[in-house]
Design a protein around this ligand. Structure first.
Ligand code: IPM
Ligand code: MN
Length: 370
């Protein structure tokens, strides 16, 4: 298969982790005879530095002209201390989501047995956790903020239309029917009007999916249940802001936010990204975990029905975890660099049998794969 991929490394550790992701994609291309071509675009604060805006026209053109987008991160702490800044790097990602009509952000989470000790939660609590969050991405309180001319008040309006609710709800039910057939709607319908609209629509749509059990949960309770008994979840469906917050919370279950990949799909080109963000403290140090970015490429391949290829990446990632070939977030005592983890995964995909020697060489610090 020929795929044109827009590469948007962005800020912070984005470039480092995307480099590992493309290394892995190239191994897949070589092994399964695909051709992936890449077009690089600027986004976030690096785009602001060069073009004065976080999403330049050129980047939009590249994305519209591609089959898929691989995104790194957007955000720079230099803007965090200036709440009056007119534009922020994050707006690049928000505008891109809007421009591509990306309305569903899919964030899968499962625990790896070998990492049970790295989670802050007890091994018995996280055993067998395997769920996916369907976060609405195009509406809600993220859009429609205003501040008064006198600078003394500000408003963020949470607005949802049934059309926006329905389209992601169908996707989430379809996913649940291929999984463990349970869908949990997370809302705050005891307080919010938009949540009551969500609940009404989701209950109506549930009748079309009789094999899927619908559970209704308030967001405050969901936040608690996620760390109390996360294995109860299969598909979690929720609006934009709740999904943003809950998915970061959920990342502690896996042991590191550096493991979580995501896909954003919608009307135009789909986008794939690690959920960890820019992580500026780690930028340029070759210590960021590349697994979330690498697993995002597995989601990308799956999007094009390249299931075997995607599975190959997941198996290689699992192997790296089992062998503790991991960055410092997962391996405190004898950690590996971002580059080495990526290289191990690439080599494992290309030639499984060489794994032992690679590890041996890495241990000796004589790796040819650095
Ligand atoms: C995410 C991020 C973004 C969001 C930011 C960077 C705008 O936190 O993808 O979860 O809030 O959606
Ligand atoms: Mn977030």
């Amino acid at each position: 298969m020929d795929l044109k991929i827009a590469l948007l490394p962005g800020d912070g550790v984005g470039p480092e982790v995307l480099q590992q992701a493309t290394k892995v994609l190239e191994a897949i291309a070589q092994k399964y005879q695909h051709t992936f071509s890449y077009q690089k675009g600027l986004i976030g604060s690096v785009a602001m530095d060069q073009h004065g805006q976080p999403l330049p026209e050129e980047t939009l053109r590249i994305c519209a002209d591609s089959d898929a987008i691989l995104f790194g991160a957007a955000g720079d702490p230099k803007y965090d201390r200036d709440p009056t800044a007119k534009i922020r790097p994050e707006q690049g990602l928000l505008s891109l989501r809007k421009a591509m009509g990306l309305f569903a952000n899919i964030r899968p989470l499962k625990t790896y047995r070998a990492l049970a000790h790295t989670s802050n939660l007890k091994p018995a609590v996280i055993e067998g956790v395997d769920f996916v969050i369907y976060r609405e991405l195009s509406g809600g309180i993220y859009f429609g903020g205003q501040s008064a001319d006198d600078g003394q008040s500000a408003t963020d309006t949470c607005r949802y239309h049934t059309k926006e609710i329905n389209r992601i709800t169908h996707l989430a039910f379809k996913a649940a029917s291929t999984r463990r057939k349970k869908l949990t709607l997370v809302d705050k319908s005891n307080v919010l009007e938009t949540s009551r609209l969500w609940r009404k629509q989701v209950i109506k749509i549930a009748r079309k999916y009789p094999d899927v059990r619908l559970e209704l949960l308030y967001v405050d309770n969901a936040a608690m249940q996620l760390v109390l008994a996360p294995s109860q979840f299969d598909v979690i469906l929720t609006e934009n802001m709740f999904g943003d917050i809950l998915s970061d919370e959920a990342s502690v279950i896996a042991g590191s936010i550096g493991l979580l990949a995501s896909a954003s799909i919608g009307e135009h080109t789909a986008l794939f990204e690690p959920i960890h963000g820019a992580y500026p403290q780690a930028a340029g140090k070759n210590i960021a975990n590349p697994l979330a970015a690498i697993l995002s490429t597995a989601m990308l391949l799956e999007h094009f029905k390249l299931y075997e290829e995607a599975e190959n990446i997941r198996i290689a990632v699992e192997k790296s975890i089992d062998l503790n070939i991991s960055t410092p977030d997962l391996n405190k005592t004898n950690h590996f660099s971002t580059t080495n983890v990526g290289s191990f995964i690439r080599d494992f995909i290309l030639d499984e049998d060489n794994t032992f020697y690679n590890k041996h060489n890495i241990d000796l610090g004589q790796s040819t794969i650095i």
